[in-house]
Each structure stands twice: as structure tokens, then as C-alpha cells.
Design a protein around this ligand. Structure first.
Ligand code: CMC
Length: 387
């Protein structure tokens, strides 16, 4: 009692026990409820993975259909929520709007906020998974001054999202199965990643008994930073800043310079030291999307490919085990699909919501106590107020 370890950045502190996701960073292993991410990416889809993360087992065919039906039934948001949007500037960052609107859901769906009731927890999970794409697409529509598109519950989860993003009341969105599959894959690969900064934030907020919508809003806030979810947006900003293949070397040198704060965005990971298994899967999907759209020669994408090749051969990156991470390729795919960079982190938040809510649910269904980290005080000793 009274003794504690000092572990800045929580590199060696397990703050909880969890049965949801296993990572072996040295071997590049990521398992959800025991299933390897590569197998889920190949054989499953996002909503099935949502079921798996939440319930611990894969669903039967009937269970899956029922799950999909319930989620798709909750896709609409309360009409009053549109007033929230109208209060924002059109050029507001969509993550700022998401933090506000997701937190505000607790003001609309307070019929099921008893965190000790498993049924209430489940209803909140359904509502969150279902409404995140609707809110995300509303952010985009608001930013470009187009009318919000209501969800279509007969469409697949990813297809419905793309339609709400790119359809208009005067022109029906023309669905493309390759793009819908790639979008679904991005959702699936971002679904959970154990105790990263945002998930730990959600668990910590949840430990005080805060309602799930408020907790997820705190996760969205933590995800926003460029060292976490904001990296996919930062990747594209970096590619734009590089601007031309002839300037790649200059940026590689800057990334290696200890006196320069610049880092190659989309490279490196706190836990994966050999490769990020999600990045491997996405790289293949990335090639497929670029081929499908016939834009392999897009200048920005060419810079990305070249950067990846150079960094993978450079001693600095090899020695520090800095490989392209999931955000490197997801950013490129989303750019190819036509999603603006400011929406990238919103899409990460949309996809990670299932991970957050699964951890929040796990916390509340096991014995728990409020999280209360300690600190190493390095301030002034006791001193007397002058006079
Ligand atoms: N470019 C250049 N050098 C780097 C980079 C990079 N992207 N990442 C790490 N380093 C260097 C760093 O300077 C340090 O060098 P030295 O040992 O000479 O001082 C060494 O590698 C170790 O870095 P660290 O900061 O101690 O590593 P970390 O585990 O604390 O940071 C990271 C992990 C992901 C925050 C970091 O690699 C980074 O900032 N990457 C770029 C941002 C990014 O892509 N983030 C997305 C992460 S994946 C999605 C997610 O989980 O949200």
C-alpha cells in the first residue's frame, strides 16, 4: 500500500483484464475473440465482427440476420439532432461535431441508460453502431451544404454509409461492390485494438458510471489526435506537403533528424514492431481499389507508393522497426473513394465504436471499480503563503 510504479505512456501497465482482443506486437498477431484478423477480413464482414466483439462468439446465420435487422432499424437519428448541426460553422472540423453530437445522443435516448441493466447496455450498443454512419455522413453533407440523406435500411452497412455520403435527393448513389467491400474492410480492420488511448479513455470514463454516449464521446475526443486516429488524415496532409516525388528524400531526411519534430505519418506503431497485420490486408485492398478506379497513376498515390518503398529499405526505419501502419493505407483508399481527408478520423471513430462499446460493456458486466491512476509528483515542496 502506498507504493506504485511509474510508467509514463503506460508501456508496461495492464489496467484491466479483457477477453475481447489479443495482440502480439512482435509477431504481428491480432485476434478478436481468438479469430485472426486476416481470417475475419477474408471471410467475415463488419457487422458480423461487431456481433463477435460484443457477444464473444460468431453468430449463427439466423442470429446474424437478426443482428443486422436490429442494427439497420436503428439507423435514423432523432430529427432534433439536425438543429445541432445547424449551430455549427460549415467549416467546423467534423470530429468537433462528432464529439458534440455523439455526447448529445444521451439527451435523446435516455430511456435506456441504466448501465447495470444488460438489456439497456445492448440497446445502447445497437443505437451507437447504427447511428454513427448517419451522423458521420451528416457531418460531410453539412460541410458541403447539401441536404442530409436519410439512411436506407435495405442496404448493406457500408453501402448505406457511402450512399448517405455521396447520394443526393436528385441523384441516386450508384453502388460499387468493390468500393463498398473496401469500405467495409476499413471498418472491420479498425473495429478494435485493445487498450489504445481512446479505448482506455472510454473504459476510464465508463468506470465512473458515466452514460455510454458520453463515454464514446470521450473516446472520439481521444482518437482525434494525430498520434492516434488523426494519423490517417495526417498521412494525406503529409503527401500533399511533399507534393512531388523529387521531394521525398528531403522528407525522409527530416523524419530521421533528431532535431526535427517531423515524423513520417502512417509509419510506426506502439505495439507492432515487425508489421501491422491490418496494414498487410489493407495494402492488397488498396491495390484493388486503385485498379478498379483506374487511378494507379494519381500523383499523390505515386508519392505514397514511393515513400513506402524507400522507408522500407532505409536503415533508420528498419532499425526502429517503423513499418507502414493501418492508417497509411486506409488514408489512400479513402482518398481514392473520394472521401475528403477531414472525414478520415470520423470514419475511424465510426468503425472503432464497436470496440469502445464492447469494452465499456465488458467493464460493466464484470466486477469493477473506478479507474484512478496515480502520479509522480515533481512540483514544489510544501511552502507558506507570503505575509
Ligand atoms: N517517423 C520517424 N521516426 C519515428 C516515427 C515516424 N513515424 N515513429 C517513431 N519514430 C522514431 C522516434 O523518433 C524514436 O527514435 P529515437 O529512438 O531515435 O528517439 C523511435 O522511432 C521510437 O519512437 P517512439 O515515439 O518512442 O515510439 P512510440 O511507440 O511512442 O510511438 C507512434 C508510436 C505510432 C505514436 C509513432 O510511431 C508515430 O508518431 N507515428 C506516426 C503517427 C502515426 O502513424 N500514428 C498512427 C498509429 S496506428 C493507429 C492507431 O493506433 O491509432
Amino acid at each position: 500500500k502506498g507504493l506504485f510504479t511509474y510508467d509514463p505512456g503506460f508501456v508496461s501497465t495492464a489496467a484491466c483484464e479483457s477477453k475481447i482482443t489479443y495482440i502480439d506486437g512482435d509477431k504481428g498477431v491480432l485476434l478478436h475473440r481468438g479469430y485472426p484478423i486476416e481470417q475475419l477480413a477474408e471471410k467475415s464482414d463488419y457487422l458480423e465482427v461487431c456481433y463477435l466483439l460484443l457477444n464473444g462468439e460468431l453468430p449463427s446465420v439466423e442470429q446474424k440476420q437478426q443482428f443486422v435487422d436490429i442494427v439497420m432499424n436503428h439507423t435514423m437519428v432523432h430529427e432534433q439532432i439536425t438543429y445541432f448541426f445547424r449551430g455549427f460553422r460549415r467549416d467546423a472540423h467534423p470530429m468537433a461535431i462528432m464529439v458534440a453530437c455523439v455526447g448529445a445522443l444521451s439527451a435523446f435516448y435516455h430511456d435506456s441508460l441504466d448501465i447495470n441493466d444488460p438489456h439497456h447496455r445492448e440497446v445502447c450498443a445497437f443505437r451507437l453502431i447504427a447511428k454513427m454512419p448517419t451522423l458521420a455522413a451528416m457531418c460531410y453533407k453539412y460541410s458541403i451544404g447539401q441536404p442530409f440523406m436519410y439512411p436506407r435500411n435495405d442496404l448493406g452497412y457500408a453501402d448505406n454509409f457511402l450512399r448517405m455520403m455521396f447520394g443526393t435527393p436528385c441523384q441516386e448513389y450508384c453502388s460499387n461492390p468493390v468500393l463498398a467491400k473496401a469500405m467495409d474492410l476499413i471498418f472491420l480492420l479498425h473495429a478494435d485494438h485493445e487498450q489504445n488511448a481512446s479505448t482506455s479513455t472510454v473504459r476510464l470514463a465508463g468506470s465512473s458510471g458515466a452514460n455510454p454516449f458520453a463515454c464514446i464521446a470521450s473516446g472520439i475526443a481521444a482518437l482525434w489526435g494525430p498520434a492516434h486516429g488523426g494519423a490517417n488524415e495526417a498521412v494525406l496532409a503529409m503527401l500533399q506537403e511533399i507534393g512531388d516525388e523529387s521531394r521525398i528524400d528531403e522528407f525522409i531526411q527530416r523524419a530521421k533528424d533528431p532535431d526535427d519534430a517531423f515524423r513520417l505519418m502512417g509509419f510506426g506503431h506502439r505495439v507492432y514492431h515487425n508489421f501491422d497485420p491490418r496494414a498487410k490486408v489493407l495494402k492488397l485492398a488498396c491495390d484493388q481499389v486503385l485498379r478498379e478506379l483506374g487511378i494507379e497513376n494519381d500523383p499523390l498515390l505515386k508519392i505514397a507508393t514511393r515513400l513506402e518503398q524507400i522507408a522500407l529499405k532505409d536503415d533508420y526505419f528498419i532499425k526502429r522497426k517503423l513499418y507502414p501502419n493501418v492508417d497509411f493505407y486506409s488514408g489512400i483508399i479513402m482518398k481514392a473513394i473520394g472521401i475528403p481527408t477531414s472525414m478520415f478520423t470520423v470514419i475511424f471513430a465510426l468503425a472503432r465504436t464497436i470496440g469502445w462499446i464492447s469494452h465499456w460493456s465488458e467493464f460493466h458486466s464484470s466486477p469493477n471499480r473506478i479507474g484512478r491512476p496515480r502520479q509522480l509528483y515533481s512540483g514544489e515542496r510544501r511552502r507558506d503563503y507570503p505575509g
